[in-house]
Each structure stands twice: as C-alpha cells, then as structure tokens.
Design a protein around this ligand. Structure first.
Ligand SMILES: NC(=O)c1ccc[n+]([C@@H]2O[C@H](COP(=O)([O-])OP(=O)(O)OC[C@H]3O[C@@H](n4cnc5c(N)ncnc54)[C@H](OP(=O)(O)O)[C@@H]3O)[C@@H](O)[C@H]2O)c1
Length: 462
C-alpha cells in the first residue's frame, strides 16, 4: 500500500442527504481521521439543499440534480444513499446507479431495496462497464456480514443464514415484551428514535427485512429472488397477550426472523415473527440491535445443540454505523487500485439451488385464537385439524384478568363484553404451511371466531 503522503485522495459523489447521507458528511467534514482523510467528497445531491446540516458551510458542494454528481469528472465512486416512499421511486434510483456505471464509476450503496428489485440489471451493467457495486451497509447496518460471507466464509458450505435484521421490529417487540408497551406505542417510539425506514410500513410488514434477506440468500445460496416472491409475515398482528403465552408455552419470546435455510437442493426462505426459546442466543438481542447467524457444513462439527456456528451482532441501523459501513466499502475500493469488476459475491453458483415453495415449508406452529366463550370450541378446532392430519401438540389457556380481556376487546374493537371472550393458544407439530392455511380456511368463518387467528412458526423445531 502506498504511504498516505504519496496516495491520491479518492473522489466521491453522494446521492442523498438524509440520515445516512448526513452521517457520511459528518465523518468526511468534521475533523476527518484515519481512512476518512483519504476520501474527498466533491458533490452532494438532494432535492432540498436549504436547511441541510452542512449546507451553510459547504453550499458549493450541493446540487439539485443527481446527474451533476454522477457526471462530475472528479467523482470516481458514486455513493447512493437514497430512501424511497413508494416502490415506483426505485426505478429512478436504479437509473442513477446505471448511469454511474456507464460513466465508468464504481458504486457503493446502502439502498437494499434498489438492489433487491434491480440487482440483476445492476450487476450486468457492472460487468459490462468493468466496475464494482458494493453494498455492505444494505444488510445489518454496521455489521460486516456481506464481507464475512463472501470473503471469510468463501470456502464454507452454507447451511443457513438467518437472524434479526430489522431494528424497528426488534425494538417494537422488545418494548412490548419488556416495556409493557402496546404495539402502537412501541411503533411511535421507534419512529421518534429514528429507527424506522423512510416509509415505516416497510419495517413492520417485513418488506425491509425481505430485501435484506434476498441479498443474503443471493450471497449465501446464489438465489435470485424477486421481492414479493417469498413467504413474508409482518409483526402488526402481535399483541401483548402473545408474549404471555410465549413465556408459558416453553419459556419463549417472539422475534422477527429473516431465514434462509438449506434443505437438500432447495432453500427455505421466509420473514416472519417466530416463537423463539429463551435460551436461544437471539432471544437476548433487544432494541435496535441486529444479529445475523451463519451455519456452515465445514464449521458445523462442533455446533452441538446450537442452530448456527457464527453470530455477528451490532447496530443494525442508525446514521453512524451505516455511514461507517458505506465509507469502509469506499476505502476498500480505493485501496484495491483499479476498480475492476468482481461479480456478485456468491458462495454457491446461481442456478444450483432452488427456493422451497412456501406451502411446503414444514415445522411447528403457534396459533392464537380469540373466540366467543362457550362449550365445544376446542373440540371443534381439534377435529378440524385432525381431519387434515395435523397433530395438535399442546393447548394453552391462561387465566386472563378483566383488564387484559378489556385491552383485547378494545384493541380488536369487539362488541362483546370482556367476560365473553376467550383467548387461547394451540401449538402444532410437523405441519406444512399449506396444512396450516387449509385448516384456518375451514374454521375462519365459524361464528365463534372473533379475531383472525394469529399464527407463526416455532423456531428451531421440526
Ligand atoms: N437510516 C438507517 O439506519 C439505514 C441503515 C441502513 C440502510 N439504510 C438505507 O439507506 C438509504 C437512506 O436512508 P436514510 O435513513 O438516510 O433515509 P432518509 O433519512 O429518509 O433520507 C432519504 C434521502 O433520499 C432522498 N429521497 C427520497 N425520495 C427521493 C426521490 N424520490 N428522489 C430523490 N431523492 C429522494 C431524500 O431526499 P431530499 O434530501 O431531497 O429530501 C433524502 O436525502 C435507504 O435506502 C435506507 O434503506 C438506512
């Protein structure tokens, strides 16, 4: 490596001046140290420069057209840190990346949504132009998961990559469990703390976690999946009462997991809340922290009863950690000399494995009912599942205080009196998603069902 005296600074341009964009500017403008001194930011694109944190001191750097940044001859690497409200906005962001590549510039992005939707096109363009696209910040914020998978585990035989990849959902669920908050209160708090995405619906409906999972599945298993094509469940249906049942049904908690797990030639890929045993390593990952687990065939000899070999834990969101990951990629590119095309980093060649159809995903499940309290209901539900050859493993009916029943009737706007409703939970073993859906379809319309049953997998059991 050349000494810093002789090395030229690498010129970068920045698209976006939101949470991440401003954190990048903070690192590069406010007393830069170490590798940051070797990066020179020449231009910043935002539609609204006035009022941006660094605008008063660096007005000349701000541009209101992305092309002014991308086309600037001093810019060798384009950083894309734009955030969308609507999926239709992503096409413009893709075009900016394609334009940068056409102009012979490498790209570093924190925008997982644009890569999840347009990754194929973007890598084809990178190959054509002989330039790189790096995306460490797209998954797990500051956690170096992409580099770990593609470099440190390059010769591993991936068996599973899964974890907590959405800080907002994890914060909400932790606050509901430990802070006694309702779903609505916890969501509001997550937004106030700046954890939520530009469009917070993408956090709670699982689509943000899905975009990250698609990138992880592509790196680990060579799967090229389009957004919307995997089994995805949000956390909006989770109620405080589910945490009470979780604690009783096997000393568990509830976490949103993104999962890609190999079963022979296919891979189970899904995002869902799961019932997770309290002694699992992920059960203690609280708040906005992310944790990503990796299991590999070559490392797995000493795994014992655990579900993975490696766990990377760290801040999964926030300007600082994300900007560090973005600028780490920029530094890597600058240090690597000519920014030659390196392809998408796959551990398994694309086309080798396929995605398991969601209906065939098999496991144990938690189902919570709220019914009109009267005799014979549990028997009717048991018979319905029995007819579909699904074994009910356990039935749980806790004592519910008047206050808890009132909270349930209010949150579901039920017209019944609190004393007339009955929450209870069943757990199923060895069922497929198809069987679950068929069983619920056949009981959904029973007159005693007051609320759409809430169901999700029990993690770590088959
Ligand atoms: N925040 C995090 O913790 C985090 C972590 C990892 C990855 N990311 C990803 O990094 C990206 C930026 O996140 P952020 O938190 O910085 O978002 P943000 O604070 O909402 O900022 C978004 C930026 O994108 C710009 N923008 C939004 N819609 C646009 C449009 N239609 N056309 C042009 N510009 C548009 C905004 O424009 P104006 O400045 O013009 O208003 C703003 O500069 C996102 O893709 C996000 O998923 C964020």
């Amino acid at each position: 490596m050349a000494s810093s005296k002789t090395r030229q600074k690498v010129g970068v341009g920045l698209l976006g001046s939101g949470v991440v964009g401003e954190a990048i500017q903070d690192i590069l403008f406010h007393e830069p140290r170490g590798a940051a001194t070797e990066i020179e930011l020449h231009k910043i694109y935002t539609r609204n420069p006035t009022g941006k944190k660094w605008h008063a001191r660096r007005a000349a750097l701000f541009a209101t057209k992305a092309e002014e940044v991308i086309d600037d001859p001093r810019v060798e690497i384009v950083i894309e840190s734009l955030g969308h409200q609507e999926p239709t906005e992503l096409a413009a962001f893709r075009d900016y990346i394609l334009r940068a590549l056409e102009k012979g510039k490498s790209v570093v992005t924190s925008d997982k949504a644009v890569l999840a939707r347009y990754g194929k096109e973007i890598w084809a363009a990178a190959e054509k132009s002989g330039r790189q696209v790096r995306f460490e910040a797209c998954v797990g914020g500051g956690i170096p998961i992409i580099r770990s998978l593609s470099e440190s585990f390059a010769v591993e035989e991936p068996e599973a990559v899964f974890g907590i990849v959405n800080g907002t959902c994890n914060y909400i669920l932790s606050q509901m469990e430990k802070g006694g908050k309702t779903y609505g209160e916890a969501l509001k708090e997550a937004q106030q703390r700046g954890y939520a995405e530009t469009n917070p619906a993408a956090d709670v409906d699982g689509s943000d976690a899905e975009a990250k999972l698609l990138l992880l599945s592509r790196v680990a298993f060579g799967l090229e999946i389009q957004p919307g094509a995997i089994w995805r469940k949000g956390i909006e249906q989770i109620h405080a009462v589910d945490f009470r049942y979780a604690a009783r049904t096997g000393a568990s908690t509830i976490k949103q997991l993104a999962v890609a797990k190999r079963n022979g030639a296919s891979v189970e890929v899904f995002v869902s809340p799961v019932l997770l045993a309290r002694d699992n390593l992920l059960a203690d990952i609280d708040g906005a922290t992310n944790a990503i687990c990796f299991a590999g065939g070559r490392s797995g000899g000493a795994r014992g009863g655990r579900d993975c070999d490696y766990v990377l834990v760290g801040p999964g969101a926030g300007g600082g950690p994300t900007a560090v990951a973005v600028l780490g990629d920029v530094y890597e590119l600058a240090r690597g000399g000519p920014n030659g095309f390196r392809g998408f980093p796959n551990l398994v060649a694309p086309g080798t494995l396929s995605v398991q159809p969601e209906d065939e995903i098999k496991g144990s499940f938690y189902i919570r009912f709220i019914v009109k309290d009267r005799a014979g209901i549990v028997g009717d539900i048991g018979q319905t599942f029995g007819r579909l050859h699904v074994n009910i493993s356990e039935i749980w009916q806790l004592k519910h205080s008047e206050e808890e029943r009132r909270s349930l009737t209010q949150s579901y706007s039920l017209k019944e009196k609190p004393s007339e409703i009955l929450p209870f939970v069943i757990t199923l073993e060895n069922a497929t998603v198809r069987q679950m859906r068929e069983a619920l379809d056949s009981i959904r319309d029973r007159d005693y069902i007051l609320v759409e049953p809430v169901w999700f997998p029990i993690w770590g059991t088959k």
